[in-house]
Design a protein around this ligand. Structure first.
Ligand code: F6P
Length: 326
């Protein structure tokens, strides 16, 4: 029989992503709209295990839709990998009277939620948020669009200085295991090459392509590299190319800058829609699923698929690069 949900909890977990606050706001306001009580869980799973709760009302989430980061704060908790840690978390949720819980995060966070769902009597539902965009079950994860635009802004600036010298710039973007940011930023930023974890590249071919483009009159180049690429550390790639081409190279690592800042309209809209879908899913008896948006439709994907299935990059982008950048 469907268990009636009276109080829901909401937490953010794993790497923060711009738009998480918009998702928290949507979850809290939608829950209250439907007559539910809401508890904010602080510091992700670490705060959950420690019982760090805050009762929320509509005003608790006022004026946060435009803010980056997460007002709940977040953590990466190793304790949740162990049954003992998850038991403490379930007990804490039960003591607080939480019967449904929204987890805003990525595959690792959903994995812990799946286990807790099997080990206890609480309904969990996930909202995908990760700038890496590597979560199966949604075309875009919350934060990806903002991160791409932030990195793009940086690349436009780098282009100004790159074109003032004869230099090859390597711009390293985030993407531990996936090249979604690199691909989007590379295509939108007019890069000469993109290096992603999903595709092996031949360094000799890369050098040859650069030689050809410099011979044809180019005076500078931008190469976008995903941090998780399988070739080498980006600094070593840059050094190697400098040695082979006798052209100065520079490395710019964008790092955590990509995680911060005010979310774009696209991320705020996605977060608002998915936050609502999560609460309505719980009210309709959904559990053990992550909400997502595929081709504009809300979908619910079993938690296990979100980390077991691998989202594939759009390889067309890689084919377009030599066409567009010569
Ligand atoms: O959240 C994803 C991500 O930003 C990856 O792109 C990156 O490799 C990682 O998190 C960095 O994690 P941390 O902030 O814990 O160093």
């Amino acid at each position: 029989m469907k268990k009636q949900i009276k109080r829901i909890g909401v937490l953010t977990s794993g790497g923060d992503a711009p738009g998480m606050n918009a998702a928290i706001r949507a979850v809290v306001r939608c829950a209250i709209f439907h007559g539910l009580d809401v508890t904010g869980i602080l510091r992700g799973y670490s705060g959950l295990i420690a019982g760090e709760f805050q009762k929320f009302n509509r005003r608790s989430v006022a004026n946060i839709i435009q803010k980056g980061g997460t007002i709940l704060e977040t953590s990466r908790s190793n304790e949740m990998l162990e049954a003992q840690g998850r038991r403490k978390a379930i007990d804490a949720l039960q003591a607080e009277g939480i019967d449904g819980c929204v987890i805003i995060g990525g595959g690792g966070s959903f994995r812990a939620a799946q286990a807790m769902g099997e080990e206890g009597d609480i309904a969990f539902i996930g909202v995908p948020a990760s700038i890496d965009n590597d979560i199966w079950g949604s075309d875009n994860a919350i934060g990806f669009n903002t991160a791409v635009n932030t990195a793009l802004d940086a690349i436009d600036r780098i282009r100004d200085t790159a074109s003032a010298f004869e230099r090859i710039f390597f711009v390293e973007v985030m993407g531990r295991k996936s090249g979604f940011i690199a691909l989007a930023v590379g295509l939108a930023g007019g890069a000469e090459q993109i290096i992603v974890p999903e595709i092996d590249i031949d360094m000799e071919e890369l050098c040859q392509n650069l030689r050809v483009s410099f011979k044809s009159g180019k005076r500078s180049s931008i190469i976008v590299v995903a941090e998780g690429n399988t070739v080498d550390d980006t600094i070593n790639i840059a050094k190697y190319v400098q040695m082979r081409l006798k052209v100065e190279t520079r490395l710019c690592t964008l790092g955590h800058i990509q995680r911060g800042g005010s979310p774009t309209a696209a991320d705020r809209i996605l977060a608002s829609c998915l936050g609502i879908a999560a609460v309505e899913g719980l009210l309709n008896g959904k559990k053990g699923h992550a909400v997502g948006e595929i081709k504009g439709e809300v979908v619910y994907t079993p938690f296990r698929d979100t980390w077991e299935k691998k989202k594939t990059i759009d390889e067309r982008y890689l084919k377009y690069i030599p066409v567009l950048s010569l």
